[in-house]
Ligand binder design. Structure first.
Ligand code: DAH
Length: 344
């Protein structure tokens, strides 16, 4: 057989085989067998050197045509085989949409957040709006402008986290009062929930905890308004039958000041371990805004009066849900957290 016939029959042979091929692996080995570096076509073309230049050109062109024909066919076949493989794969992994899904547990609010939201909602329903301030605060706003003197023990390094630049982590949400009065004119009715920080850690104290501050400023605001608002608030949280008492107290930023107690949620007032036998639980601090605070924020104390209050959210959550150790609220033990599912 001459070279031309050899190449042509090689082409036919390859075409037949490729047409019949059923797998990508086989197709690949045919590619190597016929077109590879040591493949059949290359082997035949090795004898090309012995031919005259004209013959060489003719045979060379023929060989190229056959090579292209085989290549095209391989490409075509490859596409077909890949499609077929994909179809088979899809058939094998057919998704049964009627199968029940994997169990995904629904999340829920942390008791601190539920309590914060519940308290906020009560005040919002009475016309208060929510104000915010930064957790890294100026000493001026956290202490000075709230009428807390330089030598006040609350400023002590032992209680307050100071930053190197003189700023501090706010020790209460009261600085939001200052920020609000500096930027807004009365009438003002705001609550300010948020995180606060103190160097404190035991079963009832955490170095980070949450407070809600309240502030109402207008003309003719009286202590009676304060009592009324707090009564509505405490009865919404602890029930209509809760006992409430106001005890005279002292805060630098209010005058007069009071602390508010509720009847013990555990014993109902009989006296137990939680209320240390007194029948009462201290729940918040409050008072009429001190004229010195009004002067610090340039509000005329002759024209305006106001009240303020502050409470710890953890304390309320602990009383409401009978949690006896504040640390349980921050450990994120799922056995604990799961008990508050569905609260809100
Ligand atoms: N800032 C006080 C504290 O952290 C709580 C407080 C008491 C806030 C009386 C007030 C207030 O606005 O009038 O202990």
């Amino acid at each position: 057989m001459n070279l031309k016939d050899q190449i042509e029959s090689l082409g036919k042979e390859a075409v037949e085989l490729i047409k019949k091929v059923e797998s990508l692996d086989k197709l690949n080995s045919l590619r190597v067998e016929y077109l590879g570096k040591k493949g059949k076509l290359k082997t035949i073309l090795k004898t090309l050197g012995k031919l005259s230049p004209e013959e060489r050109k003719e045979i060379g062109q023929l060989a190229n045509r056959i090579k292209e024909q085989i290549e095209d066919l391989i490409k075509e076949k490859e596409v077909q085989l890949k499609e077929k493989a994909l179809e088979e794969e899809l058939k094998k992994h057919k998704i049964d949409i009627t199968l029940p899904s994997a169990w995904i547990e629904a999340g829920s609010s942390h008791p601190i957040i539920s309590t914060l939201v519940e308290i906020s909602q009560i005040f919002i329903s009475m016309g208060f709006s929510v104000a915010e301030g930064p957790e890294v605060e100026k000493e001026e706003y956290n202490f000075d402008m709230l009428n807390i003197p330089k030598d006040h023990p609350a400023r002590d390094m032992q209680d307050t986290f100071f930053l190197n630049n003189g700023d501090l982590l706010r020790t209460h949400t009261s600085p939001v009062q200052i920020r609000t009065m500096l930027t807004r004119k009365p009438p003002i009715a705001v609550i300010a929930p948020g995180r606060v920080y103190r160097k404190d850690a035991d079963p009832t104290h955490s170095p980070m905890f949450h407070q809600i501050e309240g502030l109402l400023v207008d003309t003719d605001v009286t202590f009676t308004d304060l009592k009324g608002i707090l009564k509505i608030f405490l009865e919404s949280v602890f029930g209509k039958n809760v006992g409430i008492r106001f005890r005279p107290s002292y805060f630098p930023f209010t005058e007069p000041s009071a602390e508010v107690d509720i009847s013990c949620t555990v014993c109902g007032g009989e006296g137990c371990r939680v209320c240390k036998g007194t029948g009462w639980l201290e729940i918040l601090g409050c008072g009429m805004v001190d004229p010195n605070v009004f002067e610090a924020v340039s509000i005329d104390p002759e024209k305006y009066t106001g009240f303020a209050f502050g409470l710890g959210i953890e304390r309320i959550a602990m009383l409401k849900y009978r949690i006896n150790d504040i640390r349980l609220l921050f450990e994120n033990d799922m056995r604990f957290n799961h008990q508050f599912k569905g609260i809100r």
